[in-house]
Ligand binder design. Sequence first.
Ligand SMILES: [Fe+2]
Length: 334
Amino acid sequence: MTAAKLAPPPRPAQIVARPVRLENAFDDPQAVLDLIAARAPYTPIYSAEGYEKAGGTEPWFRDFWYKSGHELVADARPFFTNPKFIEASKQAFDAQVVRPTSIYLNISAPMQAGRPHFDLCRYRGMDETRPFWLQVALHHSLLFMHWTILQATAITWFYRGEGGGYQFWPDGPDKPSQTITTPLWNTALVTDNDFMFHRAEAVGPREAWTAPGELKGDVTIHHQADGNWRIDDRSGPRLTYDPKDLRFFVIWKGLVFKDQAHADAYDNHTDDLTLEQVWDIFAKDFAERGERLDIPADPLTDRSFRERILTAYPPPGQRYFDEARRADRYAAEA
Ligand SMILES: [Fe+2]
């Protein structure tokens, strides 16, 4: 196929939320920190196999407390149901109905900055029984906004060290970004991470970052009796950190609905996207690019079809910021 035409960057009109900053996000921050210490050790955010393929891991660890509405850690219930997150989500999205779905811990040891990106969200009618590649393509194409299941993200930081802020583009990627800078202690930002570009700043000074490939996917992070944290691999202890050098942040997500009618449409599946519509919309978009997209007999499992779709719709952050960087319009890379 010919090179895909660059899609325009997401416009501010597609960013539906106004970020809301919350101080004292959790009523009992010490209870959050106690839970974090009690549940250690932790594993990296992706599977060990995924990291081995990528040649190593970043020192970034995760622990789910609630996932897709399911309780995994009973002690996290007051954090999951935090009314401040619900109220701030209503405010940020101008929404009447908010349903918490997930809450999870992240720990980042000193590491380089992330790239501007969107988080993944779901689309009505395309639940987890659909292949992951399709969920990714739906989101990256930006062609299915009508069926988006809107989601608020509340990020609460516990970090007073160097760097470690959060950069975001609340007015679109071609307008100036904003950055929440540390120290951040029990401070949250409630926002739309699915359609607003954002990225994590580097944690700690450059000389403290782990080298690419230095850590393999088998690492774990442990909380020691002396209060320090330690990264181990199969052969034993590797790195030790004072807790002040680790960026602890808790991510909460909730579904947001403009009103009860929108929540009902979601619950009752009265406005779901069908696979036929998906192929039709992709084919029309290809036609607008002057290309023909033939739909194979089994598009969900056809490898070359999948590759063609994923190539046509790369991650919007990659698509937009690489272009902007080439045009010298974005020079903020850390
Ligand atoms: Fe993100």
